[in-house]
Design a binder for this molecule. Sequence first.
Ligand code: SF4
Length: 330
Amino acid sequence: MKRALLLFSKGLDSLLAGKIIESQGIQVVPITYITPFFNWEYHNNPQKYYEYCKSLGFQESYLIDITEEYLSILKKPRYGFGCLANPCVACKTFMISKTKKLLNELQADFIVTGEVLGQRPKSQNKWAMEVIKDESGADDLLVRPLSAKLLPPSLPERLGWIDREKLYGISGRNRQMQFQLAKKFNIKNFPTPAGGCLLTDPEIGRRMLKILKEKRTLNPLTAKLSVQGRHFFTNDSWIVLGRNHKENVKLFNLVRNQLPVFTLSVPAPIAVVVEGTPTLEYIKDLLIRYSKKAQKHIANGFNIEIVQPNPLEFTFESLPTPHQRVAENN
Ligand code: SF4
């Protein structure tokens, strides 16, 4: 039996691509790449991913963390960015080339993706799809079942491993055909089309562009920090404050013993110093802005101190963004 590796973003298109190929008697093996910007929810719980794939009928699947390599792409994306900080052409090229290298190891014969011609102006036009095919090295071994009839026949089609007549010729942004196919394959709860890449999120995308433009520290830890909290940048510092109790605890656990962390002697958010050595007064001032208790204490004439947090002793508190005060500069 032939085996195909499916670049599985968890979106409907890649799922359909897998199902179309599977319906031709090929064993489809989903490969999902994770970074703090996409599919990170599985990082600490890969079992959940494997069970999800099994629930879709895929018995064998792989989850691969590519954070380190992905950050290099983000710092210098060949062919630039999409609408925000998403380097889609370079990202797809990288993921497909990585999948190509897995073909031998996983004893698979070709690669399948859910790309649709003309669906995304920058990364799924004819030119970009050619570039991705060539530069990934996948070349003839890359099958795009949703748009295959609009593209030159791939090797698996030419060799008769799969029947080209049973592939599709979908193009453009209209998703009616995909919805019909979802019915055909009895797929009911399909995820969002974009697959939830945080680099396309307006707030996070803009913040990441700033981090890149200003050549701020970007490593796996700061990448994880960049997708949460409130961010405050000065010329020589970068501070992150948690927005609620859950986020404060998460931030604390993330940076514990790796970066300086502060809070107040009354319930307040935590502040992580990502870059630079800002003064304690500056950090304290930021923390007070987001702590109702601190503001009350000060109004009543009490002293508050800036301290190092201990989650067993401190209750974190974060106020909503105070519009009338100094805004976050993220
Ligand atoms: S949206 Fe994000 S995950 Fe998808 S191709 Fe673009 S950069 Fe990669």
